[in-house]
Design a protein. Structure first.
Length: 682
């Protein structure tokens, strides 16, 4: 079999005199700014493991669990209290003693540590991060919440972290990140009248619904992208989470600069983060992706072919045109204008323009909540809030609420809800026997008045906005051109305690979406006294009862795509370690499993070409859930190269550059994971 040399996501370590293998995209440039401990002259690329010191780290109602983990690490003082932001936003309607005690604990901890704190009622954390300038163009800000992707709408790299990461940042100022593959999403053409940013992301989720951007960073491009308002960008970036991405980044362009300049006329001066100096710095120091930047994928959506679109029922992967759903005469029981997706001032004004002069239909409950108290004040001053209330809308406090199935107004059995939120997973907003749809604020408001799913134009007796044929493309990006000598690099520094190479036989677990319950059975998850030996014994038993008898120490599991999906149990990683397996290879990993793995010192590699080669090799063989392949993988850490050989004849079947595992990340592994590393730092 011929040697396969894949280079589209290859990465290098450079001495100061080295040439860059290819230019950097905007994601890589921002990571470059916030990476710590890089070798001199090193330019970060997709696939590299790096230590990052984010500009800011936000946590919300989960701040107390993070604080307990922080204390459990032996930490006493937050490393940099200007880096940390705490907000209370998820369960703000819950006035039970238990929840109020948790909220009090968080507030007291924030005061003790001197970190910025925003109480219940101030608003949703992501909105606060943007309003208060923590998330700011070209910075890297993280949050222990999946919708930190929202920050990409203002040109900040926002990405989610898990609680252990948050505790690490509190204690040391930093954590780690593997720079994901970056997808270029080109938005061609102009939006037709009546089509919104919500329609754009609903269409993207619906027409590219085969995990095209799963665990990718996204960068949005387009000739007329400057015509997309910042609020539309925030909505689109917010729902890149539901599309499967780890971030969704818009450019820092004149539209965004003007948005900040307009804010300077309103905000008290000087603001600590949004002021004349910080905005002028954006103007004077423009940053764009390089012309020869490398992208893993290039997706194209022609905005001019869009009409209003609706997600559902109960899945963002299903999108329907407004015209099609309107014709079905689907009665609406509840409508929602809430959440971090579409509850900004422009959204509230758009909904008010629709309902003005009308009343909410009998039998329909229309819930509204501003994204923040500031937004609500602005909506009240504008008059839009009163228009909605006069029409019969039911106000809720600024916060998350029904979007995540908390508080008032949840869907009941058999009901239909239409919402301007981001998730319509079955049962998320109430009963699992309800149907949930997602749409723009305008369509949600019109549906609340009509009593059925429909558009604003129907209030005047016109037919629903007709569907067009969406034009989309998936383009294969060109491979970067080689330098005159790709091999002349400084190489990766390997710590004395870390192996220079990792080798083992590949054990094929031939399935996609192997979930954490398949890896570590749920019945053991909450038993705190399970021994390491027992964990090793039950590892993968729900996937294959023969796994234990077919595998041994030092083997390397190779599996399909989205390995480790499902619950966030850390034991899915530690059970594999208990079998003395140090490395897992897959086509792709569930994001939380990937983070839990490194956090517990289990190494991972994404090599989709390898799983596809093995599937091709065994396509005519009897199906086996667990199969010894006779192929041996060697990961040369120093050269960031994986070589796979056939054990029978020593033939090289694959050789591929992979992301660099820098010394900072090696140290985390050597210390037994992130918690061990944090303790060593303290």
């Amino acid at each position: 079999m011929a040697i396969t040399n894949i280079s589209r996501l290859s990465t290098r370590s450079f001495s100061s005199s080295s040439k860059i293998f290819a230019g950097q995209n905007l994601t890589e440039k921002i990571v470059q700014r916030y990476a710590v401990g890089l070798p001199q002259g090193k330019f970060v690329k997709s696939g590299d493991y790096v230590s990052i010191k984010p500009a800011h780290c936000m946590s919300h109602d989960n701040s107390w669990p993070v604080a307990l983990k922080f204390k459990g690490l032996g930490a006493k003082n937050v490393k940099d209290n200007r880096q940390i932001v705490m907000t209370l936003d998820h369960d703000v309607q819950n006035k039970t003693e238990k929840n109020l005690t948790k909220y009090s604990n968080i507030q007291n901890f924030a005061k003790e540590q001197g970190v910025d704190f925003y109480p219940a009622g101030r608003g949703i954390g992501h909105q606060i991060m943007i309003e208060e300038g923590y998330a700011f163009p070209l910075n890297l800000s993280v949050a222990s919440d999946s919708h930190s992707n929202t920050y990409g709408g203002i040109g900040a790299l926002g990405t989610p972290i898990v609680r252990t990461d948050a505790a690490s940042i509190w204690a040391t100022g930093q954590t780690w990140w593997q720079i994901p593959p970056v997808a270029k999403v080109e938005l061609k053409g102009r939006l037709p009248k009546g089509v919104t940013g919500k329609d754009v992301i609903v269409a993207l989720c619906g027409v590219f619904n085969n995990d095209e951007v799963l665990n990718h960073a996204i960068e949005f491009h387009g000739e007329f992208i400057n015509e997309l308002s910042v609020d539309y960008r925030l909505t689109i970036a917010n729902m890149t989470t539901e599309w499967g991405a780890l971030s969704g980044l818009f450019p820092v362009d004149e539209t965004l600069i003007q948005w900040y300049q307009n804010r300077l006329k309103i905000l008290p001066q000087p603001h600590p983060r949004v002021n004349q100096e910080t905005v002028q710095n954006l103007i004077d120091n423009k940053v764009d992706a390089d012309s020869d930047a490398v992208y893993a994928k290039h997706l194209v959506l022609d905005l001019s072919t869009l009409s209003p679109y609706i997600s559902g029922p109960n899945s963002v992967k299903v999108s329907n045109s407004l015209a099609d759903l309107s014709a079905q005469n689907l009665k609406v029981n509840k409508a929602y204008l809430v959440s971090c997706t579409n509850s900004r001032l422009s959204d509230i004004k758009a909904a008010a323009d629709v309902v003005k002069g009308h009343k909410i239909a009998p039998g329909v409950e229309f819930y509204i909540a501003a994204a923040s108290s500031n937004v609500q004040k602005d909506a009240e001053a504008d008059g839009a809030w009163k228009i909605l209330l006069d029409a019969g809308a039911i106000p809720l406090p600024a916060g998350c609420g029904p979007c995540i199935g908390l508080g008032t107004g949840l869907l009941k059995d058999g009901e239909i809800g239409i919402s301007a939120t981001n998730r319509n997973f079955k049962g998320r907003m109430g009963s699992k026997d309800a149907l949930a749809y997602l749409a723009s604020p305008e369509v949600v408001a019109a549906s609340a008045v009509l009593g059925k799913i429909g558009g604003p134009e129907e209030l005047d007796g016109s037919p629903a906005n007709g569907a067009l044929g969406i034009h989309k493309e998936i383009r294969i990006p060109e491979k970067p051109k080689s330098t005159e000598d790709e091999t002349v690099t400084g190489g990766v520094e390997v710590l004395p305690e870390f192996p220079k190479s990792i080798e083992g036989e590949l054990i094929l677990c031939d399935a996609d979406n192997i979930n954490t319950d398949g890896i570590y059975p749920g019945k053991y998850t909450y038993q705190d006294d399970v021994s390491r030996e027992k964990m090793a014994e039950v590892c993968m038993e729900n996937y294959d009862s023969e796994f234990g008898s077919k595998t041994g120490a030092g083997d390397i599991i190779i599996s399909g795509f989205n390995f480790g999906t499902g619950s966030s149990r850390e034991q899915a990683a530690t059970a594999i370690l208990a079998r003395d397996m140090k490395l897992i290879v897959a086509g792709s990993f569930g994001n939380i499993f990937g983070r839990n793995s490194i956090n517990n010192a289990l190494l991972t590699l994404e090599i989709p070409d390898l799983i596809n080669m093995l599937r091709d090799k065994y396509k005519d063989s009897p199906k086996e859930l667990t199969r010894r392949t006779g192929w041996f993988l060697n990961w040369n850490v120093e050269t960031a190269t994986v070589t796979v050989k056939d054990g029978k004849d020593g033939e090289v079947v694959l050789q591929q550059k992979v992301g660099e595992l820098g010394a900072n990340l090696q140290e985390i592994i050597v210390k037994g994971g992130l918690e061990g590393w944090v303790k060593s730092q303290l």
